[in-house]
Design a protein around this ligand. Structure first.
Ligand SMILES: Nc1ncnc2c1ncn2[C@@H]1O[C@H](COP(=O)(O)OP(=O)(O)OP(=O)(O)O)[C@@H](O)[C@H]1O
Ligand SMILES: [Mg+2]
Length: 399
């Protein structure tokens, strides 16, 4: 048995590498999770003044950028330093060139840094309390979409970390030969490491290949090595080829609150194994035009698996990912998806966020890499919704 128990590293040690510094401006951070648009767990001070009055600074002069500093910041722009006050502007201390760059938002009253720190503490949950309700029985969720690059792995990793940080016991099964989920969780997955291939082809028990994820209590990962690339073909001749993963998971009951299976971008035997093993399908949908193409094919496959192999299977969750607020298209896709799938679509929407894409290169989820970022907040909200739905509408479970 290779499974290592999580050494119980105090979670408070995680923030050491957590940049609480102000996130660089990311123009693609969507408003979908902005406090005014979506209710969320961490919000700025709601005491927004009914009408904005420019506030004098300590010296009585409204804040404006120092002309030279501003000029330095924008090469080629010459800012006059002696612009006369415009007629009608009474206050000597407030020159006419004053253009407020400080239109208040709901976040305005809280310094962004303090807000980010607050978010970070809430997301990292240093107390280790169970703040996301644990389901009565294991929820096996297959994260699938045969379209590539829609955020399956990112979603798997970040939801798993969020739930684990909040007291749920979580297993991630990396079922993609690319091994991206293993990389994102910083779990060794080079050739020779026991992996999910061994479970599928050689019936090695899951607990012998599951590795504890360092730094995140309650989280384990069954890695994928490059060996898995051959499994699709090798499975063809194996007995009960579609239910190999289901058997492996069923033989390890009661250990986990969640099992997330990260699928490859195809509808082959690996994905079929995931669909047979799961009770729920989580489909991440990228807010792009082509995102909806091929979805019918996925739904047809899910229906076929339900009819012939796994009657308990249901599409329980749709998550909109990489939402880019600058495009009307993102809105249109969101509306389409909500009209079509109704309340299966989570209220939380994941914005396109540079921190989310940076995190894997540090072997981290965005939840620990930059817990104050919008990406982390959104995945935290999504995880919370999933946890709450699981308690409200428990799905039938076989684990
Ligand atoms: N919210 C986001 N903001 C910015 N970049 C993102 C976001 N979500 C995912 N990405 C980036 O998009 C790329 C694809 O994401 P990911 O690997 O999660 O998709 P996938 O569906 O698992 O891909 P594949 O089909 O190849 O397995 C990655 O580089 C990832 O870092
Ligand atoms: Mg992937």
């Amino acid at each position: 048995m290779r499974r290592r128990d999580v050494p119980g590293r105090p979670i408070s040690s995680v923030p050491a590498n957590v940049p609480l510094s102000r996130e660089p401006h990311d123009p693609t951070d969507g408003p979908a999770n902005a406090p005014s648009a979506r209710p969320g767990p961490v919000r700025g001070n709601a005491a927004v003044p009914a009408r904005y009055e420019p506030q004098p600074s300590v010296s009585g002069v409204p804040h404006q950028p120092a002309p030279q500093a501003a000029a330095d910041a924008v090469p080629g722009v010459v800012i006059p330093t002696d612009t006369p006050p415009a007629a009608g502007y009474e206050t000597e201390a407030a020159p006419s060139t004053y253009v407020s760059r400080e239109t208040p938002t709901r976040e305005e009253d809280d310094p962004p840094l303090a807000m980010e720190a607050m978010r970070a503490v809430q997301i990292l949950n240093p107390s280790g309390e169970v703040t996301m309700p644990r389901p009565a029985r294991t929820r096996v969720m297959c994260v699938a979409n045969q379209k590539g690059g829609v955020g399956k792995t990112t979603t798997t990793v970040n939801l798993a970390v969020a739930l684990a940080l909040h007291g749920n016991r979580v297993l991630v099964v990396d079922l993609d030969p690319q091994g991206n989920a293993s990389t994102g969780l910083n779990v060794p997955h080079h050739t020779g490491v026991p992996d999910v291939y061994d479970c599928l082809i050689d019936s090695v028990p899951l607990e012998e290949v599951a590795q504890a994820v360092e730094g995140i209590p309650n989280l384990w990962c069954v890695p994928a090595t490059i060996d898995l690339a051959g499994a699709e073909i090798e499975l063809v001749s194996v007995v009960a080829r579609e239910s190999r993963l289901a058997r492996a998971i069923a033989a390890y009951p009661g250990h986990f609150d969640y099992v997330f299976i990260d699928c490859p971008p195809s509808l082959g035997l690996l994905t079929v194994n995931a669909l047979v093993a799961a009770q729920e399908v989580l489909i991440p949908i990228q807010c792009e035009y082509y995102a909806l193409e091929g979805l019918n094919q996925l739904i047809n496959n899910i229906n076929l698996v339900r009819q012939h192999l796994n009657p308990k299977l249901e599409v329980s969750t749709i998550l909109l990912t990489m939402y880019d607020r600058r495009t009307r298209l993102a809105d249109a896709v969101e509306q389409d998806v909500r009209n079509h799938f109704g309340d299966k679509v989570l209220q939380a929407v994941i914005p396109r966020n540079v921190r989310v894409s940076e995190a894997p290169s540090y072997g981290q989820s965005v939840m620990t890499y930059d817990p104050g970022s919008r990406g982390a907040t959104s995945y935290f909200e999504a995880a919370q919704e999933i946890a709450e739905r699981g308690v409200k509408e428990p799905v039938s479970r076989n684990a």
